[in-house]
Design a protein around this ligand. Structure first.
Ligand code: PLP
Length: 395
């Protein structure tokens, strides 16, 4: 049977990775159906409801007939709103022709990498990372070259190591600040050095800024705003995290025109276009009141403080204070040799769904990821369960 399926499926399928958060979430839901109580800290989605004015905009748009095909690159009014939003928040000048909207940041990333990478090209990326980058690069036959993030640098890159890994085949570097899965944020000095390297070695930078609104101790800075970088940066952002719109599927990117045209062609060939009334809701999100975003962020900060303090109080665990996103990435190497097994144990025995750090790359070894997109009450319950269960854990 395996042989038949091996014959049937394209060999390239074996090069695809995947996002284990969805697998763990499915298992956690199965346990809940069996009557178990599970605290969900596995998936990166705000537990807040989408703000009311955004939902209203979608309903009004549906009533007004936004239920048909629209242009592959996105509805012009949404692209204008995105261009204005990026220009204002990043202090750069983005034109509507630079902007492409798609059904989520993830497919947009897939289309961007498809537009850039030939077999044998190299893509540098921070390890551990959001799994979609390396999966797409591997599928395309490109070389995904990991650059480990250092816990000792609050999960920022070792820039000398980054420089040492640049080669004549380096086409693009992917950065993600604030970062999934560590919550790390690159400093201005980090970004300046990366910008200097990109210009000296002539590579592009994909700056995944999907957590730009989830930042706690610093002001967000985009590498695109540094001198000479706008023409070699592709900014990826979306609505999922900032506006609690994960299920709506709406994301976007801004990039030089030639790349935007190629990305649009990929969208044209795959999804044709992105749901029209969802795009109208996106306009409401960008142009409407922003206080809900600020309120959600304040709440995330409180949750972060409770979770990190609690984790550091559990014997054997230590956790760097994340500066952004909504993830904690504690070091569990004193209590477990195999973080995958520990994550399974915490779900099956303690009823706390978390992910192994290695689900995000080899450099996630010795860590687990907890999403604090959950109530303080549930975070406290999770901490209590972990504290109680850990002494029973054996590798
Ligand atoms: N980039 C990063 C770093 C993420 O963590 C995610 C989602 O978890 C995405 C992009 C894509 O989000 P979406 O496809 O919901 O826009």
């Amino acid at each position: 049977m395996l042989a038949a399926s091996e014959r049937r499926l394209a060999a390239t399928v074996r090069r695809l990775g995947g996002e284990s958060a969805f697998v763990t979430m499915a298992r956690a839901k199965e346990l809940e159906r069996q009557g178990r109580s599970i605290v969900h800290l596995e998936i990166g989605e705000p537990d807040f409801d989408t703000p009311e004015h955004i939902k209203r905009a979608a309903v009004l748009a549906m009533d007004a007939g936004w239920t048909h095909y629209v242009p592959s690159a996105g509805v012009l009014e949404l692209r204008e709103a995105i261009a204005a939003h990026l220009s204002r928040t990043r202090r750069i000048s983005v034109n509507v022709e630079n902007v492409v909207a798609g059904p989520g940041g993830k497919p947009v990333i897939w289309c961007i990498l498809s537009a850039l990478l030939d077999p044998g090209d190299e893509m540098l990326y921070a390890d551990p990372a959001y799994p979609a980058y390396a999966s797409a690069a591997g599928y395309l036959g490109a070389n995904a070259v990991p650059v480990p993030l250092l816990e000792s640098r609050d999960f920022r890159l070792d820039l000398d190591d980054l420089e040492a890994k640049i080669s004549p085949r380096t086409k693009v570097l992917v950065i993600n600040s604030p970062h999934n899965p560590t919550g790390g944020v690159l400093t201005r000095a980090d970004l300046e050095r990366i910008a200097e390297l990109a210009q000296r070695h002539d590579f592009l930078v994909i700056s995944d800024e999907i957590y730009s609104r989830n930042i706690y101790d610093a002001e967000f800075l985009s590498i695109a705003s540094l001198p000479g970088m706008l023409e070699r940066t592709i900014i990826v952002d979306g609505f999922s995290k900032a506006y609690a719109m994960t299920g709506w599927r709406l994301g976007y990117a801004a990039m030089p025109n030639d790349i935007a045209d190629a990305v649009t062609l990929f969208l044209n060939n795959t999804v044709s276009c992105t749901t029209a009334f969802v795009q109208m809701a996106g306009i409401a999100a960008l142009t409407g009141p922003d206080d809900e975003v600020a309120r959600m962020n304040d709440e995330f900060r409180k949750r972060r403080d409770v979770l990190i303090k609690g984790l550091n109080e559990i014997p054997g665990l230590s956790c760097v204070m994340p500066q952004g996103a909504f993830y904690a990435f504690p070091n569990v190497s004193k209590v477990a040799r195999d973080e995958k097994k520990l994550a399974r144990f915490l779900l099956e025995e303690a009823g706390v769904a978390v992910l192994a750090g290695t689900a995000f790359g080899a450099a996630g070894k010795g860590h687990i990821r907890l999403s604090y997109a959950n109530s303080i009450e549930n975070l406290k319950l999770a901490l209590e369960r972990i504290r109680e269960a850990l002494p029973k854990y054996e590798d």
